[in-house]
Design a protein around this ligand. Structure first.
Ligand code: ZN
Length: 125
């Protein structure tokens, strides 16, 4: 059995649903949900819990990881996106390629390059 994760919503236990009511007969309390997987941001049991966390902590999280202070610009140099045509090849495999969102130029990709999240044609920074 996989390990259960606790919902990280700071108010999860305050939503009084039947499934949150746990404990012995005379000692039941509403508790934070536990799940084997969380579908909202991988850490929250519901959109409500996700929003509760975001409302409380999002500014601190953005400040911690770096707040944008200037708009970013999409240019030819950073507009490459990976994509594929579903089962476009003669052997029924997908055809993988880069497409530039500005110039519409296409460049071929192997499946390994497609799956490698570090592989890009975009300039960093
Ligand atoms: Zn929750």
């Amino acid at each position: 059995m996989s390990e259960l994760k606790l919902c990280q919503g700071s108010r999860c236990h305050t939503y009084k649903t039947k499934d949150r009511l746990k404990g012995q007969k005379d000692n039941k309390t509403f508790q934070t949900r536990r799940r084997s997987s969380m579908y909202y941001g991988d850490n929250f049991c519901s959109m409500n819990c996700y929003n509760d966390w975001a409302n409380e902590f999002i500014d601190r999280a953005i400040d911690h990881f770096g707040r944008l202070t200037e708009p970013k610009h999409l240019t030819e140099q950073n507009a490459w996106q990976k994509t594929y045509d579903w089962r476009a090849s003669a052997d029924d495999s997908h055809r993988y390629y880069f497409i530039n969102g500005i110039t519409k130029e296409q460049r071929p990709l192997t499946e390994d390059q497609y799956n490698d999240t570090n592989y890009t044609l975009n300039e960093r920074g």
